[in-house]
Write a protein that binds this ligand. Structure first.
Ligand SMILES: [Zn+2]
Length: 185
């Protein structure tokens, strides 16, 4: 049961790793923006990817009468930007190692007069996510290698080494000392 959970999580993690690495490369040519606007159009949640960072953005109407564009989901490809550079009237700003948290306001002029929206952005660098999502697949691979060598199989290709414990006849890998199968006798 535990092994099945590890298999599943390692697979999911590998998938997310591929997504992050793809977005990482793409982020220097385009900014990807997936957003959701609330039915009353007073709030927008977005996930953005651009220039080596993935950011979660929450935008909400703070004062005045105004509404965001169309309600519901939207996906947009924009010009790549340094996401930390976005925003004026900063209330909070911290950044380091490619991470940042920034809260700021924008004054907009709508048909019904001026309104203020407040942005909350938290960004994580792609390098961090790539390392984080690689951990489980590596643990999974390591466990598979250990299981193979324990049951007398080549840890690289899985070939049965009971007849040739010194060296894998299939791929040439020499089993590490102490992992040779003790099945003879
Ligand atoms: Zn082998």
């Amino acid at each position: 049961m535990r092994r099945r959970a590890l298999n599943f999580l390692a697979g999911l993690s590998l998938l997310l790793w591929l997504v992050v690495v793809t977005l990482w490369g793409r982020g220097y040519r385009a900014k990807d923006d997936l957003s959701w606007t609330s039915p009353a159009r007073q709030r927008v949640l977005a996930i953005d990817s651009s220039r080596g960072q993935i950011a979660l953005v929450v935008i909400r109407v703070q004062s005045g009468v105004g509404q965001f564009g169309a309600a519901g989901w939207q996906f947009e490809v924009q010009q790549p930007t340094n996401m930390h550079d976005i925003g004026s009237r900063v209330d909070f700003d911290w950044q380091g190692f490619g991470f940042f948290v920034k809260v700021f306001r924008s004054l907009l002029n709508g048909a019904t007069g001026p309104w203020v929206i407040r942005w909350f952005t938290i960004a994580v660098p792609d390098w961090f996510l790539a390392i984080a999502f690689a951990v489980l697949p590596i643990v999974w691979l390591r466990r598979l290698q250990m299981q193979r060598s324990r049951i007398g199989r080549c840890e690289k290709c899985g070939y049965d080494l009971r007849a040739t414990p010194e060296r894998c006849p299939e791929c040439g890998t020499v089993p590490k000392r102490g992992t040779a199968p003790a099945i003879f006798g």
